[in-house]
Design a protein around this ligand. Sequence first.
Ligand code: NAG
Ligand code: NAG
Ligand code: NAG
Length: 205
Amino acid sequence: MTSKSVCLLLTFVYVVAFVESVDIGKMEKGEIVPDVIDKIPSEVLKVIYPSGASVELGNELTPTQVKDEPITVNWTADPNTFYTVAMVDPDAPSREDPKLREVLHWLVGNVKGGDVENGEVIAGYRGSGPPQGTGLHRYVFLVYQQNGKIDFKEKKIDSRSREGRLNFSIRKFAVNYSLGQPVAGNYYQAQFDDYVPILQSQTIQ
Ligand SMILES: *[C@@H]1O[C@H](CO)[C@@H](O)[C@H](O)[C@H]1NC(C)=O
Ligand SMILES: *[C@@H]1O[C@H](CO)[C@@H](O)[C@H](O)[C@H]1NC(C)=O
Ligand SMILES: *[C@@H]1O[C@H](CO)[C@@H](O)[C@H](O)[C@H]1NC(C)=O
């Protein structure tokens, strides 16, 4: 390789790394640090819904667009490693007055090599249901790398149930199971739309 091509290559690597870090830095601007986690993960988690909507570091989606479990949740996963995937809303009942922080929307443990579909569902996926007049809520996805398979003690939560979802803390959960800091993350924002009353009407206690 000539020194010119090495120089071009290094410039390219630098630009790619820079763009990636600017992107993930939006989690910091969105105050995911310190509201939910202590350190920005190094990778942007790819999340796509069956509606076609994708999560783009703070973009606004509607409760209608995110009502069903994502079809793609992708990160650079080691095939022989277990991970925990979580989604939380720190803005309950509102970002201004988050006294119920956090609401647990989704929690899947023992995900081997990125295969979320075959992980152990601790809390079934529940879409966004921000109450009317509470503004935009942040919905944060995080992936933690486990240090082997975990024997989770939590009572399983049905998708339609709200029980055990309020006043959750993914930070404390991560401490409880020695998960360290997340390796990938992303978030979107959503406010009330006419799907929210439908979601509420399907709720069992
Ligand atoms: C998932 O991410 C990996 C690593 O970034 C990539 O190689 C792979 O193509 C992605 N898969 C999908 C389905 O997006
Ligand atoms: C959540 O925390 C708030 C304030 O800390 C408390 O008033 C409320 O009873 C708790 N709710 C649940 C369901 O644990
Ligand atoms: C962490 O463990 C403590 C002690 O077992 C428990 O009371 C608490 O609910 C756990 N917190 C989370 C968020 O899992």
